[in-house]
Design a binder for this molecule. Structure first.
Ligand code: AMP
Length: 207
């Protein structure tokens, strides 16, 4: 299975991607995670990506597409993969079609009024888990691995606004793009919790 996971910031792509990858035995490839790992490692890519990410803008296509193209040459993708956060524009989608044959684009449709609270209340762990502050009962550590939770630098109201604008302008048109190719399936998340969304996602993927 080669899947693209599409959805606005805060739609829960990362959470669903982790679960899908685990259940279906496919690799989760998140361009955002790749950039964050590069920032942490102090690489040239990280230095370049940081300014764009902090501003809520897209990292240039030349860098992003090259990273994904290279990542898809690794042997671990042979049983399939899930692209989380790529493509984010029609240009990226067209570049992707030059080196990958995608089976399905899974679009997570979230209620826009929930997005700001979801993202600004997000607490993340370096192990990949993420939480909402309202469910933590005051805890500041990860229930899975015990490490201290942090707030992503781009999870603040100002940057979220730019990320949402960037999504509307560049990424949302991909819904029609993949629909026209007969590859789009939309899961309406509304205010469903992650378990309910995952159930709906599995119903799609099991077909
Ligand atoms: P995410 O973790 O998917 O929310 O991505 C965080 C940030 O990384 C985005 O706001 C962008 O600045 C950058 N980024 C991630 N994926 C891409 C992409 N496909 N194209 C350009 N920038 C990206």
């Amino acid at each position: 299975m080669k899947i693209i996971l599409l959805g606005a910031p805060g739609a829960g792509k990362g959470t669903q991607a982790t679960r899908i990858a685990q259940k279906y035995g496919i690799v989760h490839i998140s361009t955002g995670d790749i950039f964050r790992a590069n920032i942490k490692g102090g690489t040239e890519i990280g230095k370049l990506a940081k300014s764009y990410m902090d501003a809520g803008e897209l990292v240039p296509d030349s860098v992003t597409c090259e990273i994904v193209k290279d990542r898809l040459t690794w042997s671990d993708v042979k049983n399939g993969y899930l692209l989380d956060g790529f493509p984010r524009s029609q240009y990226q989608a067209e570049v992707l079609s030059g080196f990958a044959d995608i089976d399905l684009c899974l679009n997570l449709e979230v209620d826009p009024s929930l997005i700001m609270d979801r993202i600004c209340g997000r607490r993340v762990c370096s192990c990949g888990e993420s939480y909402h502050v309202s469910t933590l009962n005051g805890s500041t550590t990860c229930a899975k691995c015990g490490k201290e939770l942090t707030v992503r630098p781009d999870d603040n109201p100002q940057t979220v606004k730019t990320r949402l604008d960037t999504y509307e302008k560049n990424t949302a048109p991909l819904i029609d793009y993949y629909k026209a190719k007969g590859k789009l399936v939309t899961v309406v998340c509304g205010d469903k919790n992650p378990d309910e969304v995952f159930k709906a996602v599995c119903e799609v993927l099991d077909k």
